[in-house]
Design a protein around this ligand. Sequence first.
Ligand code: PLP
Length: 372
Amino acid sequence: MAISRRGWLGLAGVASAAAASRASAITIRTADPTGFAPAPGIAHLKYNENPLGPPASALQAMADLARQAWYYADDAEARLAAMIGSRLGVPATQIVLGHGSSEVITSAALAWGKRGTILLPALQFDEPLLYPMAQGLNYRRVAMAPDLGIDLGALARAAAAPDVAMVYLCNPNNPTGMMLKAADLVAFAKALPPRVTLLVDEAYMELADDPSGSTMLPLVRAGANVIVTRTFSKLFGMAGLRIGYAVAAPANAAELKRHRVTISLNAPGLAAAIAAWDDNAFQTQSRAAITAARRVLQAGVARAGTIALPSQTNFLFVKVADANRFATAMAQRGILVRGAWGPAWPEWSRVSTGRMADVERYAAALPELIKA
Ligand code: PLP
């Protein structure tokens, strides 16, 4: 049995609600001989991965690169930053690549954490903050709205405190899958005190109904004090290859770069990302597969007589009787889903859109196990 990084962090007792909930998140992947995939027969619907990827173009690029892997990958890094910048409409200098978007979010927390407190919604992904928290990061969680959406009013009030340096929020949010209205988020960003930087984690934005109408990239292009992060882990199916990036105004980008881990990017990940970035056919196929699996999950939830929050992502937050007991009962059937996110949300369990057969297994088991 292997205990995943997430399991260790939880067991180490790091002071974080999400980490506390991960104490039960021990992952067993060992029966696969490579050690990289779940055991045969296990439906891994737990970490919001994308079973489609990486695309064939990326597999080929990694194979081609293998013999040149003895070089440092600086040139490839510059190339990918230029490609991303040109598509997103900013100079390459405003793209900060990281070892997954986690690295750039961690860098932001380290940098802005020196200036003051970081605010984040109570019910939100926070793993990139665990290392800064262990270094003494000051952070405050802000309660959710009654519908479990991000409460922008409460965040705005909390951001008025003079010690606040940054607001970190995920849009769409993880684990709820919910999306803020773009106009509301723009108004929130514009009303923040100038000393407060807004970090919008858009890891799932490419899966949303209207990515270009929902992203905060226009604010970054306009030079606002807003950082947007994105990843190759979700739409592109490359979670194990660890490539993500931030898009930021020049001064913020420079600050992020100063707080990056030295030489953190890996050549196979860069090769795959460069190949996949312009692989539009794959991206369309990936969105379609995720949407189709999400529909199967949503239909299963309705058939089971329960509800899920409105998701624009590759996961659903599903209401059950007891999320921890439910996750255990599902695991006994070889279906791995998340237990309770924290003590405040004991009835909500997150399930990811994995392989279609796995998603169908979950939907079939749901009516019986939901009462667990
Ligand atoms: N941001 C959110 C909202 C996530 O849910 C995740 C991973 O699940 C990440 C960032 C981390 O992604 P990456 O693989 O790019 O580090």
